[in-house]
Design a protein around this ligand. Structure first.
Ligand SMILES: Nc1ncnc2c1ncn2[C@@H]1O[C@H](COP(=O)(O)OP(=O)(O)O)[C@@H](O)[C@H]1O
Ligand SMILES: [Mg+2]
Length: 334
């Protein structure tokens, strides 16, 4: 596409709304044939980035190439080579699944016969054949998303932008959408997926860019991101909030790294080197201090921890509503 293996190459993107920088020098590279996660909290600039890259919004400054075409100088070429699924489903509820796809085919200037043929192919590819003649208004959340994805694949674009494709979906629908995305990439599509969900980026993306306040603040594989936080860390949850300061003192004494405190969770954590010794020392110290402990363990960092370290804030949306977050991998627990 760009001849350098990147389906998206963006440098120094800037976009200002009023006196607010939605994007403030944003950089992004998306390798061809992969799922790339763009992870960030609400308001970070994810949608703005996607809208610029899909030529819906004009950048103030910077440079971006998508599928080998320049978004400013060759917007029509970009549009011909990409698909986009927005944050909100675009399907018509009155029309059936098949009618929706045929309508989109006609919008993309396929003739009636080709639109019908393409609709049939997509219904099969997205496992919607059984629901093809039902009104989309009767579809489950996961089916609607799949219909939405199918609509954005009418012209079989090489690059697909998915803006928060699973926000608001129930757990089962999320799994369906994840499978669909994996299937698309297996067929050669490059996917740029924005998400607020760490679990989603971890499960789907081979590489993740973390965006915060309009800037890319990290870019790595999920494992690489976790490694930047360090190896294992000790995690202590005290029973009483009043005991937090004592727990922090104990952690300072035992652990190498500076402790991180999450007040609302009554949690203190810090990086450790000598893992088992840290755990036993910690348990003894807390007992000596008379601190009632609810939980203590050694954990490998999760993307949650990465996010917290990078942005200094807990993402209240770290786990999707109604889902059970992936349990932290407790290596040793007392
Ligand atoms: N059309 C717009 N007009 C004014 N402000 C906007 C507009 N679009 C986005 N913004 C602001 O830009 C920032 C980034 O928004 P957005 O790209 O939608 O973030 P995200 O998708 O990560 O939640 C937010 O502060 C948002 O309020
Ligand atoms: Mg958004």
């Amino acid at each position: 596409m760009n001849g350098d293996g990147f389906a998206v190459r963006a440098e120094g993107l800037r976009k200002r709304y009023g006196d607010k920088d939605a994007l403030d020098g944003f950089d992004l590279r998306v390798e061809q044939g992969t799922v790339h996660g763009l992870l960030g909290p609400n308001g970070a600039g994810k949608t703005t980035a996607v809208r610029i890259l899909s030529t819906l919004v004009r950048l103030d400054s910077g440079h971006a190439e998508v599928a080998g075409a320049d978004v400013v100088r060759e917007p029509a070429l970009v549009r011909a080579r990409i698909g986009l699924t927005g944050q909100y489903a675009a399907v018509d509820e009155i029309l059936t699944g098949r009618q929706n796809l045929e309508m989109f085919g006609r919008l993309f200037h396929l003739g009636a016969r080709r639109a019908a043929l393409r609709a049939r192919e997509l219904l099969e590819q997205f496992h919607l054949e059984d629901a093809a003649e039902k009104g989309a208004g009767q579809y489950s959340g996961g089916m609607r998303r799949r219909l939405d994805l199918a609509a954005s694949m009418i012209l079989a674009p090489g690059v697909l932008f998915l803006d928060e494709p699973t926000t608001g979906l129930d757990p089962r629908s999320r799994l369906e959408v994840w499978d669909t995305v994996r299937d698309l990439v297996a067929r050669g599509t490059t996917v740029l997926l924005t998400t607020q969900y760490l679990e989603e980026a971890d499960r789907l993306a081979s590489r993740v860019t973390v965006i915060d306040r309009g800037r890319a603040i990290a870019d790595d594989t999920p494992d690489g991101l976790k490694n930047t936080v360090g190896g294992s860390h000790l995690d202590v949850v005290v029973r009483e909030t009043a005991d937090l300061p004592a727990a922090v003192r104990a952690v300072r004494r035992v652990c190498a790294g500076e402790p991180l405190v999450v007040d609302v969770e009554r949690r203190v954590q810090a990086a450790v080197t000598d893992r088992v010794r840290a755990l036993t020392d910690m348990a003894r110290t807390l007992q000596d201090e008379g601190v009632a402990v609810e939980d203590i363990g050694l954990r490998r960092p999760s993307l949650d921890d990465v996010f917290l370290r990078l942005t200094g804030q807990t993402s209240g949306t770290a786990a999707a509503p109604g889902t059970t977050a992936v349990p932290d991998e407790k290596e040793v627990a007392a």
